[in-house]
Every structure is written in structure tokens, then in C-alpha cells.
Design a protein around this ligand. Structure first.
Ligand code: GLN
Length: 450
């Protein structure tokens, strides 16, 4: 039976799309003002902050960024064992709302309580909503990858809007108003999710607790499942390196854009913070063309396994850092010590082409490969790995303070290039470990989820 679709995708995808759009609005909105709030003077009459030093603020930011994703392991495990993904998303959303409104209260105890709620809430929601996207598609359905790209575009619409809206009201009017707006964003997400529940009936439910099922759950993994776990863990390593490079944007590159890039274009100075939205903006613009490109590529019968795309992503990322080496070179020869802004536009463009070849691809890959009983746990582990990548990015940024940017950019460019090359060399071997999990079944045009 054909289910009603939008753009050829199940309607449920768009429920998850809007829920996650608002969750990310909430997440990135809060993130956009966190460091600013921490470092704002306590004596500021109009909008007082907490008066922390930059080092203290960046340290908290780093830990928060890591923990929020690290919690995904527990969020995934809870979904697999007790709640199922669908309910986990609801509980996660509620924790996030409580968290944001706790930050909205001007009190230190409430501030820390809020952070803990956010870490637990995102940990419960983020991996499980991602796994649910995969649940909308039948095994072998070629639409799965583009479904994840659409979902990913939703994420980034939230990420573009949040710094603009939450950032504006938080910074210019009241930090606590900003946190409240982030909370309202999550409320909208919850409403969409609850009212759209009818399009998600067969997705994200806890595997039934029958005796027969319990028996199934206790079986050791088969050889095929073990191989698939192995290739997933290898892909996680690529992912960690990728995010360690990419997330330079929030820390090191933010300062670099402020101090070493000539941001004047036609007499107008682009604000540094604009570059914090640039990645997400590029994703929204490039998401559809990139998905189209990969579909056409596959139709031509060319190599298009996820592992291959991840290898390509690593190489493109490397080119992104070669562009930054160009900037660092210009800084070194320019009398004012500044480089033209096009380097940054070019570099971020390449980062996003790489991102679209690895991030939604990895999400889809996990839903194809993970044994059913560990579906959410594997997704949670994936996010934990991205959290480690974030932390590594912070450490690399710190290292740049002594080693200099040119050394760090060159190091990242060389490393990601060699890693990409290595993956290309072993792509056939790695693909064999998936045991056909990515083969498209030509008879599956579109099938209603069970
Ligand atoms: N930017 C993406 C998001 O917010 C990916 C983040 C990640 O995988 N760590 O969902």
C-alpha cells in the first residue's frame, strides 16, 4: 500500500524535520549566547552577565559541548532497553524545556541545574530522533540517504535562525530572555512532534518484550553483525577526525576571523559573528544539490558507498584547510597582518561540501548497519564520538596559541588528506565488511513503514 508522501518521502520525515529544526534552534540559540553571558560584566546596568574570564568561559563551553553529545550513549541505551526512541524524544524534549527555562532564572544554582537538564535532554533526544528517521525507510530503499539529507537541512535551518534571533534578544535586551526564547523553540518542536505523532505510528517503538523476543535479544552477535560493528567503529574514527577539524570554526576560527581577516566588503564590515552562521547557511543552500549529485553519481554506477563518501569528505576537508593556509600565508606577508575574506568563504564552502558527504551519510549508514537491538546505542555512540571530536577541536585551537595558525592548519590539512587517501585504498575491504547492507533493492520504490 502506498502511503501519502511529500517530495517522495514519508510524511513522518517532515514531522521529525520540524521537531529537530526547533530542537536545534533551542540548542544553537543557547550556545550562541552562553560564552557571551558568562563573560559579560556583572556590573553592566542594562544586561549583566556572570563576569567570568574568557578562559573560564571557554572551558565550560568545551565541557558542555562534549557532555551534551557524550550523553547520547546513555540516551541511546535507555531507548533500546526501556523507552523506545519515540518516548525518549518526548522525555528529552521535556528535559530541554526545563533546562532552558532554568537558565532563564537569574540564579547560579538554577544555571548549573539548567545545564545538567540540557545535557540529559539533548542526550536523550538527539540520537533517538536521528534513528527514527532511518525507521521510516525499508531495508534497501534508495531514498534513505536523501531522507537524511532533508532532515539535515532542517537541523541547519534551526542553526541559521538561532544565533540571529536568540542572539539578538539575548545580547541586546536580556540574556534570560534569550534562554527563554530557546525554551520556547523547544516547546514548538514538542507540539509539532506530539500532534504529528500519527505519521510516526510504526517508528521508534520499543521492541516487544515477549519471551521469544527476550530470547532473541540474548543471542550473541553473528559474524555479519560483528563485521558491521567493526566497520561502524572504523567510520567513527573518521568522524572524530572530521569534527575535530570542522569545529575549529567555533573557537580558533572565530578569533581568527575577528583579528586576522579583513572583513570589509564594498566598504561594509561583515560582523565576526556572521561567520558562525555561515556553515549552516551553506548546508541549507548546498544540501539539495549535493544529495542530487550523489544520486546521479550512483545512477551512473559509480562507487557511492558511505565509506567512500567519508573518505572523499576527509580529502575535501583537507582542501578546506589548504585554503586556510592561503589565508595564513597572506597574513604573514601583509603589512597589516590581515588576509582577504574570500579565503574564509572558500574554506567554509569546502568544509560544508565535506560535511554533507559525511554527517548525514554517517547517520544513514548507522541505521543501515546497526543490529536492531543496539540501534539507538550505536547512534548514541556516534554522537559521543562527535563530542570527542569537538573537545579535540578545542585542544587543537589551544595548541595553535603556541604553535601558530599556519602550523595547525598545515597539520590538519596533511592529516585529513592522508586519512582520506588511506580510506580510498581500503574502500573495497571496508565495504566488504558491510555485507551488502547498503545494496539498494530495486523493487523497493517506497514502502510504508511497519
Ligand atoms: N551540526 C549537526 C547537528 O547539530 C551535527 C552535529 C554533530 O554531529 N555533532 O546536528
Amino acid at each position: 500500500m502506498q502511503q501519502k508522501t511529500i517530495l517522495g518521502h514519508p510524511k513522518g520525515l517532515f514531522i521529525l524535520f520540524f521537531t529537530e529544526l526547533w530542537e536545534r534552534f533551542s540548542y544553537y540559540g543557547m550556545r550562541a549566547i552562553l560564552v557571551l553571558y558568562l563573560t559579560a560584566e556583572t556590573t553592566d546596568k542594562l544586561n549583566p552577565g556572570l563576569g567570568w574570564s574568557s578562559t573560564e568561559a571557554l572551558a565550560l563551553y568545551g565541557w558542555y559541548g562534549m557532555m551534551v553529545y557524550f550523553m547520547g550513549i546513555f540516551g541511546g541505551a535507555i531507548a533500546d532497553k526501556w523507552l523506545g526512541q519515540k518516548k525518549s524524544v518526548i522525555f528529552g524534549g521535556i528535559l530541554i524545556i526545563i533546562g532552558q527555562f532554568s537558565l532563564a532564572v537569574n540564579n547560579m544554582a538554577m544555571f548549573y541545574t539548567g545545564l545538567v537538564f540540557l545535557i540529559c535532554g539533548v542526550g536523550l533526544l538527539k540520537p533517538n530522533i536521528s534513528t527514527m528517521v532511518g525507521g521510516l525507510y525499508k531495508k534497501g530503499d534508495a531514498k534513505r540517504d536523501s531522507g537524511f539529507t532533508i532532515f539535515y537541512i532542517g537541523i541547519n535551518i534551526g542553526a541559521v535562525l538561532a544565533p540571529l534571533i536568540v542572539g539578538y534578544f539575548g545580547e541586546k535586551i536580556d540574556w534570560h530572555l534569550g534562554f527563554s526564547l530557546a525554551g520556547f523553540g523547544m516547546i514548538i518542536g514538542q507540539v509539532v512532534y506530539v500532534f504529528g505523532g500519527k505519521y510516526l505510528t510504526g517508528v521508534g517503538n520499543l521492541l516487544k518484550h515477549s519471551k521469544e523476543h527476550a530470547h532473541l535479544m540474548k543471542q550473541p552477535l553473528t559474524k555479519i553483525e560483528k563485521d558491521r560493528m567493526t566497520v561502524m567503529f572504523i567510520s567513527f574514527l573518521i568522524v572524530m577526525v572530521f569534527w575535530a577539524a570542522y569545529e575549529q570554526a567555533g573557537g580558533l576560527m572565530n578569533l581568527y576571523a575577528r583579528d586576522k581577516i579583513d572583513r570589509f566588503v564594498f566598504g561594509f564590515e561583515i560582523p565576526t559573528s556572521f561567520f558562525q552562521s555561515l556553515h549552516a547557511l551553506y548546508v541549507v543552500i548546498l544540501g539539495a544539490p549535493m544529495a542530487y549529485f550523489w544520486v546521479q553519481w550512483r545512477k551512473k554506477g559509480k562507487e557511492s558507498s558511505s565509506i567512500f563518501k567519508m573518505g572523499i569528505a576527509s580529502i575535501i576537508m583537507s582542501f578546506g584547510f589548504v585554503a586556510l593556509m592561503g589565508a595564513a600565508y597572506d597574513v604573514s606577508i601583509n603589512v597589516l597582518g590581515k588576509a582577504p575574506v574570500y579565503w574564509l568563504f572558500l574554506s567554509y564552502f569546502l568544509h560544508v561540501v565535506a560535511e554533507l558527504s559525511i554527517s548525514p551519510v554517517a547517520l544513514s549508514f548507522i541505521t543501515k548497519l546497526a543490529p536492531l537491538k543496539y540501534a539507538s546505542l550505536m547512534m548514541g555512540t556516534y554522537f559521543a564520538v562527535t563530542g570527542l571530536g569537538n573537545k579535540l577541536a578545542g585542544l587543537l585551537g589551544e595548541a595553535a596559541q603556541d604553535a601558530g595558525e599556519m602550523a595547525i592548519f598545515t597539520g590538519i590539512a596533511v592529516f585529513t588528506f592522508l586519512l582520506g587517501l588511506l580510506i580510498m585504498l581500503f574502500v573495497k575491504k571496508l565495504k566488504a565488511l558491510t555485507h551488502g547492507a547498503e545494496d539498494v533493492d530495486p523493487t523497493v520504490a517506497f514502502v510504508e513503514p511497519e
